[in-house]
Design a protein around this ligand. Structure first.
Ligand SMILES: Nc1nc2c(ncn2[C@@H]2O[C@H](COP(=O)(O)OP(=O)(O)OP(=O)(O)O)[C@@H](O)[C@H]2O)c(=O)[nH]1
Length: 303
């Protein structure tokens, strides 16, 4: 008797799109929990993250890449390098286009790299369908179709869970046959330290996005577990100028306290224990232009 069970499929799915297209939100929706951080500020995703989604017949390793954009400084160049490296390795590429923003040169630039990628399957995904009418969505599809050749297209709302399952099914079906690369109980290869730093940075962006565009970095120095089970965490917030330090610290330390309290709630959920979080703010002039610091912070290409 022949075995009619479908073969197990596994592989790497790169999500690309210009900054703010909705990549991290889609990863979160696929995972069903908070792993990647999201915020309304472009370039939130500085680190590459792998989210592993297991289904009965497949294992998808979803890679949330930094948004591709024309580089303006060393950090920008590193972000692009990391995203382009992901594209080169992926089995499937999903190109995300924001339904609410006119398709423009930024999308065309990203699409030109998608066109060059070797992936076996390229999917066009129009995101944020919940806040764009059907007419707008249709126009975006039409405009994006002209940018590269796609094997398929899908309209989603990661926020409302619309077509997220369809996305997973479509992508799974086009992965190559292969083994499980990661064990069942591991759903991300990002360390707790990385996630802590990302959560702190997310809260900084949410509270201070007008005042601090992109000139803030976070380094998680230490996570220590005490006998009673709580975690003591120290993290450093890097800014470029004294004035920015003042903004982050806030009047009487109020802002850094607020950021710490908000981040602590997420970190407690992540680690599943009580957390003491100590945040320091340090001025490191021009850290964004300093490739060494960028590497130390782990924002560049990783092995
Ligand atoms: N209404 C709505 N908003 C969404 C949806 N997906 C993402 N957003 C919002 O769009 C903004 C950007 O989303 P992200 O997921 O952080 O975008 P990204 O592509 O990862 O951005 P970068 O990290 O800058 O590359 C956030 O404010 C999200 O809440 C969606 O399906 N519906």
């Amino acid at each position: 008797m022949t075995d009619t069970t479908p073969a197990f499929r596994s592989g790497f799915v790169a999500l690309v799109g210009r900054p703010n297209a909705g990549k991290s939100t889609l990863v979160n929706a696929c995972m069903g929990e908070k792993i990647a951080i999201t915020s309304p500020v472009a370039q939130t995703t500085r680190r590459r993250m792998r989210a592993v989604v297991n289904t009965e017949a497949s294992q998808l390793v979803i890679i949330d890449t930094p948004g591709l954009h024309k580089p303006k400084d060393a950090l920008g160049s590193e972000l692009n390098k990391a995203a382009l490296a992901e594209l080169a390795d992926a089995d499937v590429v999903a190109f995300l286009v924001d339904a609410t923003k006119p398709v423009g040169t930024g999308d065309a630039w990203v699409a030109s790299h998608v066109a060059k990628a070797d992936a076996d399957y390229k999917l066009l995904v129009v995101t944020k369908a919940d806040i764009a009418g059907p007419q707008k969505v249709a126009e975006q599809l039409e405009a994006a179709r002209g940018l590269a050749t796609f094997d398929d297209e899908l309209v989603i709302s990661a926020k409302e869970g619309f077509n997220v399952d369809a996305f997973l099914q479509l992508v799974s079906a086009h992965l190559p046959e292969g083994p499980k690369w990661f064990p069942d109980d591991m759903d991300t290869d990002t360390t707790d330290e990385d996630l802590v730093a990302e959560f702190v940075r997310e809260k900084l962006f949410l509270n201070l996005r007008q005042e601090l565009p992109h000139s803030v970095g976070v380094l998680c120095d230490q996570i220590e577990y005490a006998d009673d089970g709580h975690a003591s965490i120290r993290a450093t917030i890097l800014v470029e100028r004294e004035g920015q330090k003042g903004i982050v610290v806030g009047r009487g330390g109020q802002m850094v306290k607020k950021v710490g309290t908000e981040a602590r709630h997420d970190i407690e959920k992540l680690l599943g224990c009580k957390v003491f979080l100590e945040l320091r703010v340090r001025v490191e002039p021009q850290w964004r232009r300093n490739a060494n610091i960028i590497q130390r912070l782990g924002y560049g290409e990783q092995e």
